[in-house]
Write a protein of this length. Structure first.
Lengths: 241, 298, 310
């Protein structure tokens, strides 16, 4: 049973100009789904639309069977859908602890402090930096904070937009190892990535998005060596036949 | 030469600072300069006057010119002014905000400001009026300075309000949400912050503080429909001087401008007081537009 | 009948002077997207400059320069343009709100100087005996009104044509592009700012000219002729007429002035004397509400030739 289901989604920044043109994807419980595709394919817009930051003009988004298409952005997290944007994903003028506290604000008051402590246990580096301004953190640490912030409310589904962007290979390894741990804990992860190799190495299934629709879907492990991938990226083929 | 201007400046600075907090919050969260803010002050003062009237007047407490009823009236007036601000937002600003061009919202606030001010003139005429006609004796406090009981009480009130505001913004959940939203509106939504609640809180706080400032001016000086317009330039200058978005900055900016104005009155001439704020504003814009505590624009 | 014509000429003259100011505002806002909340200040600068340079000597005040009227008008334009240029220079690299706040401050300070610098501006008494064009026929009111109307018509027409020409020129096209696309502005960098300062200055010059023309039309100016109400009236005129259109600016001015004068006359006839002041306040409330309603429901105004999307 898929926990996240997206059906024929149409979305865009301006009316009449759709970037997502009828994409359908799904993610099952405790699986890592990777979304790849050439530049401009609409990968980012797709998960932003699911998160409620880009206007949806057609199609459906179902979380655990419940239609959340029209739910406003700030209520999606309450429904269990967390999103980590690619850039501007922390509050720079607040401390690390405050960043977590503001995210934990939607939890019942009694749980807030305990949850923050739990997150600090999972992210010991952040615990050391809890009083630092988030804006002064390095790229990798910011990414960690952004992910920790998303996890603090114990979401069902975690969506990430190019978490490896701007990070050194070693840091990418760290982040992706973290994602694997998160998946082990039972969370579903949807990952949009440019770094196809690293993403496919940890993914369970993968989609390739081309021109706003899914053009191919298959197991992640084998996709890396599949010539279809190169064809779709280089535009030799529109769809898998 | 006396140091009286220091005290006068402190008092003027308090009035300006209270108003500047609202302006800086509105700017950092709603991203527009509200030209109607001064008129919230005026409406607040008149609302308090009306409530005091309903309560049957305010017999003075001790050395003050006012009593408990005025304080109660002020609290009630803060609520009424907040309602006014929320109504104005719902009817006018929110709709224009949704269309995108923030300068149109500023234009609307300019129009609303004229209408609000003139409505007060229509209802109460432009004649000044007062909470109390009692003359207050000024007591010496050293260094050649004198202070009235009213002035002292209202300075304490300002301190209480400003401290309360600071704690609210820094420590409370809503305050944290407001700060987060002003830094990154899109991320704030993703994190689960209810934008509508943040917007409401912004208006309520701004209007309530404007009302307090208006009542203060009403007690210490006089009440008239143009009282808000006269303070608008100093308030904007204070908010910009302190750094847009910073509550402590707005207060500090207010104090600096208040003190500068008082100094100008003492050493140059009272008729030039209104120019001080403009000179300070130009200096800030030319030298350090982000103000004392502000950050460079996103 | 003659009286009515004379009055009509007077009405139209005043309306056209407002129209001139609105043309200046249209250049600043309609073409360039700059929000000027201190219109009254720039108008006052023009009026006082021309008045001081052309009036005969007066006690307690600088004067007696005896400049010809046209030269006074020229100086008015230059000084108003300079004030606008300085304001623009200080604020245009910052958020658009800052220009609004600064122009507001300019108007406050100009008002303050007009009121207090008695040696320069005559203080609260203002400046009188400002030379009128066609002063020779001053004692024949109807002829005088028509002569003045003629002058004002010519000035307005020339300004209108000049601004239309500017608007269609390459310079105007750059301004329009800058208004539509903020990113283009950023990529043009310092150049964009320079264009905007120029536009703001030219608009300011037009406003100064209007102030000067009005000063010589009435013959007498005082600080309370340049209150925020004036700024407000001009904005109402541009919003009604349709920002972005010079034609709209002029038509909006005539229409709003007609509404203003008409409602004022109605109040004078109907309202009891001790409520007259209050009625005047209600006039402003009505115009303010109208302004907001138009921004909400018909932001493109009523008289602009083109249909604008915003």
């Amino acid at each position: 049973m898929s926990i996240l289901q997206v059906r024929e989604l149409v979305a865009g920044y301006e009316p009449g100009l759709s970037i997502v043109k009828g994409a359908s994807i799904y993610a099952a419980e405790a699986e890592i789904v990777v979304i790849l595709g050439p530049n401009g394919a609409g990968k980012s817009s797709l998960i932003k639309a699911i998160a409620g930051l880009v206007t949806i003009t057609g199609g459906q988004v179902l979380l655990d069977g419940v239609d959340i298409t029209k739910v406003p952005a700030h209520l999606k997290i309450r429904a269990g859908l967390a999103f980590v944007p690619q850039t501007d994903n922390i509050f720079p003028l607040m401390t690390v602890a405050e960043n977590l506290a503001v995210a934990a604000g939607i939890l019942p008051r009694a749980q807030t402090a305990a949850r923050i402590d739990e997150v600090f246990v999972s992210f010991p580096d952040l615990a050391r930096q809890r009083a630092l301004m988030a804006g002064s953190l390095s790229g990798g640490q910011r990414q960690m904070l952004a992910v920790a912030r998303a996890l603090i409310v114990r979401p069902r589904v975690l969506m990430l937009d190019e978490p490896s962007a701007g990070l050194s290979p070693k840091l990418v390894e760290q982040v992706f190892a973290q994602l694997c741990d998160i998946r082990q804990a039972g969370l579903t992860i949807v990952l949009v990535e440019q770094n196809a190799r690293a993403a496919l190495a940890i993914g369970d299934r993968a989609y390739v998005l081309v021109e706003g629709r899914e053009a191919h879907e298959g197991p992640a492990r084998t996709l890396w060596n599949d010539p279809i991938l190169a064809d779709l990226y280089l535009g030799q083929r529109r769809h898998a036949s | 030469m006396t140091l009286q201007f220091l005290l006068d400046g402190l008092i003027a600075g308090s009035m300006i600072g209270l108003g500047a907090i609202g302006v800086t919050l509105t700017y950092s969260i709603l991203r527009f300069s509200n030209f109607a803010h001064g008129d919230f002050m005026a409406w607040g003062a008149y609302a308090a006057l009306a409530v005091v009237g309903v309560l049957g007047g305010s017999t003075p407490m001790g050395p003050l010119s006012f009593g408990l009823p005025l304080l109660l009236a002020m609290v009630a007036a803060m609520g009424l002014t907040a309602l006014l601000a929320l109504a104005l937002d719902a009817l006018l600003f929110a709709r224009l905000r949704a269309r995108g061009q923030s300068i149109i919202v500023v234009m609307a606030s300019f129009g609303a400001s004229m209408a609000l001010r003139s409505l007060l003139e229509f209802l109460f005429t432009s004649q000044p009026t007062y909470f109390s006609r009692a003359i207050q004796m000024a007591q010496p406090v050293g260094f050649g300075m004198r202070i009235t009981a009213d002035q002292g009480a209202l300075l304490i009130l300002t301190l209480v309000l400003v401290t309360g505001m600071h704690l609210f913004v820094q420590r409370s959940r809503r305050g944290r949400e407001m700060r987060a939203y002003s830094q990154n509106p899109a991320l704030a939504q993703v994190v689960g912050i209810d934008v509508a609640a943040v917007v409401r809180a912004t208006w309520v706080i701004g209007a309530a503080l404007a009302c307090a400032s208006g009542v203060m001016v009403g007690v210490l000086v006089q009440i008239r429909p143009l009282m808000g317009l006269d303070l608008l330039l100093p308030i904007f200058a204070a908010a910009i001087l302190g750094g847009i978005g910073s509550v402590p900055g707005a207060v500090l900016g207010g104090l600096i401008i208040g003190l500068s104005e008082a100094a100008a009155v003492q050493f140059v001439g009272a008729e030039w007081r209104a120019a001080v704020a403009f000179v300070i504003l130009m200096a800030v814009l030319l030298v350090r537009p982000m103000g004392l505590f502000g950050v460079a624009e996103r | 009948m003659i009286d009515l014509l004379g009055y009509g000429a007077f009405f139209l003259s005043t309306a056209l002077i407002f129209g001139l100011i609105t043309l200046g505002l249209n250049l600043q806002w309609g073409l360039t997207g700059l929000f000027n909340v201190g219109i009254a200040g720039f108008v006052a600068i023009g009026a006082y400059t021309s008045a001081i340079l052309t009036t005969p000597e007066a006690v307690d005040r600088v004067g007696g320069f005896g400049w010809p009227i046209a030269a006074g008008w020229g100086a008015a334009m230059i000084l108003a343009a300079a004030a606008a240029a300085f304001t623009g220079y200080a604020t245009l690299r910052l958020r658009s709100d800052y220009l609004a706040i600064t122009t507001f401050g300019v108007a406050v300070v100009v008002q303050l100087v007009a009121l207090n610098a008695q040696g320069l501006t005559g203080g609260p008494f203002g400046v009188a005996f400002i030379p009128r064009p066609f002063a020779g026929v001053q004692d024949q009111p109807v002829l005088f009104n028509f002569a003045n109307l003629g002058v004002i018509l010519v000035v307005t027409l020339v300004t209108y044509l000049a601004l239309e020409h500017l608007s269609r020129s390459p310079w105007g096209r750059v301004l329009r592009a800058l208004r539509e696309d903020e990113r283009a502005a950023v990529s043009l960098g310092k150049n964009a700012r320079s264009y905007r300062i120029q536009a703001f200055a030219v608009g300011g010059a037009v406003m100064g000219l209007a102030g000067a023309v009005q000063a010589h039309f009435i013959g007498f100016i005082a600080p309370d002729g340049y209150l925020p109400t004036l700024t407000f009236q001009v904005w109402a005129m541009l919003v009604v007429g349709g920002s972005g259109s010079n034609r709209g600016a002029l038509l909006g001015a005539v229409v709003v002035w007609a509404i203003w004068v008409g409602s004022g006359a109605l109040a004078a006839a109907v309202v009891p004397p001790d409520w007259q002041a209050r009625a005047a306040s209600l006039q402003i409330v009505a115009i303010g509400v109208m302004l907001c309603l138009i921004l909400l429901w018909r932001p493109q105004g009523f008289f602009s030739a083109r249909r604008r999307l915003k």
